[in-house]
Unconditional design. Structure first.
Length: 201
């Protein structure tokens, strides 16, 4: 599981959720109603201006969640999108009403859990013969790195770049090329699923 804390990456994921009209499963933090109960909602709008930005979500269903959220002021949202489990916690900043339907303005989450469900076995290249990869984004910025592991469904790549976190974000589409031991160059399109910064890469 990756814990994403970069604001640009969080906004990118939220925009994809909004574009796909994916439903959020919401639990009210601190609600004392026995077992945890879930309510449905959807993202209506994402704003990135100001200090941190905001999310606006639709009225909770069932409607009993409305009063609980106003009282508790905190929620946790969960969903699964393209085989990836996503969850985040946030706080209620304000609420409103449009034609009798409630909506809620939430603070942009400061972190997000992002866990990919891997359906394919992954293999790692030999440490003595690293597999070099070239990536290029839409504005033709080029990154070079090494394949960490790969499978029929995707690959993990180690990149050394101080600009990586601010240049790339989840949902970006990249052109990828590398030459495996077969010596036949592979050229393909990749969608960035997650980015994890370490002290080494």
């Amino acid at each position: 599981m990756d814990k994403i804390t970069n604001t640009a990456q969080i906004i990118g994921i939220l925009k994809k959720i909004h574009k796909r009209r994916a439903m959020l499963n919401i639990s009210i933090v601190g609600a004392t109603s026995g077992s945890e109960k879930y309510y449905s909602s959807a993202i209506l709008e994402i704003t990135s201006g100001g200090t941190r930005g905001h999310i606006i979500i639709d009225e909770l269903t069932p409607k009993e969640g409305h009063d609980l959220l106003l009282k508790a002021g905190k929620l946790k949202a969960r969903l699964q999108l393209d085989g990836i489990k996503i969850s985040f916690a946030t706080t209620l900043e304000s609420n409103g009403n449009d034609a009798g339907i409630a909506f809620y303005t939430l603070a942009l989450p400061r972190e997000m859990d992002y866990m990919e469900q891997r359906a394919h076995h992954r293999v790692r290249p030999s440490l003595t013969k690293p597999l070099i990869v070239r990536l290029a984004n839409e504005d033709e910025t080029v990154f070079h790195g090494e394949v960490y592991d790969l499978s029929a469904g995707g690959l993990s790549i180690k990149l050394k770049s101080d600009l990586l976190i601010t240049t790339l974000k989840p949902t970006d589409i990249l052109t990828c090329s590398f030459t495996p031991p077969s010596k036949e160059e592979v050229i393909c399109k990749l969608e960035v699923r997650s980015i994890h910064a370490t002290n080494q890469h």
